[in-house]
Design a binder for this molecule. Sequence first.
Ligand code: SF4
Length: 269
Amino acid sequence: MRLPEDFTFSQSMLQDFTDCPRRFELRYLLDARWPAQETAQALLYEAGQQKGQEFHHLAHQHALGVPADVLTETIADDDLKIWWTRYLTWQAANLPAERFPELTLTVPLADSLLMAKYDVVAKLADGSFLIVDWKTGRPQKRLRLADRMQTLVYPVVLARGGDWLNDGQPIAPERIRLAYWFAETGETVDFELTAEKLRKDEARLTSLLQSIAASTEFAKTENERHCCFCPYRSLCERGELPGNLDELDEEDGPDGLSLDLDEIEEISF
Ligand code: SF4
């Protein structure tokens, strides 16, 4: 199947292809709607998603200049209040007042387009750039995050497409850092970019994009753990019942389960 001419890849799409080529095909090429419960605790999951979205909305408004105390007044949920307090402390110490929230950059790569939608990009006083991704799901280990497509895509796209944030000059890779901030702990897991890492990550992404563009068949994953929380389970005959959040281990879950707002928006049915 040929990709549409204006097809734009995102980190979620690449992650889906990496986890399961068939899911990529169903979701993005066939636009298959196959509503299914993604977890056994649908209400709990939905409530978590809702809170995650509210948190992102608060952080966005704050970055746009709405005073923190005005926003604090609007928060009723106890968990959200705790997250918000942690956020206020962390951002005051780590982010400049001027920051770019909900920034989307798209760059050409391997005859395709690659997009990154950032929660925040900030230029720090020393001239370096910090990408922040707010995570309101359970904290994830560095090893797992290091292997996620998001960790590759976000710095590469900023390095190749962030000139306009840097007075028209390319941003040197050594001046780019990605921080995943976890609302549950108020701590970050950071990834620095280097010229060597940029070269390797770009080569890996190029190879992946070329391989997707050349694909004519999209096989189901052999790792059935990916199926537990996938909405296409019954379509693929990989089980009717959704996975149980309590049994989720870090390896299993799609990022949607960590309530990543970018992904919720990108893959929302
Ligand atoms: S159910 Fe499994 S095989 Fe089917 S699309 Fe989802 S992850 Fe892939």
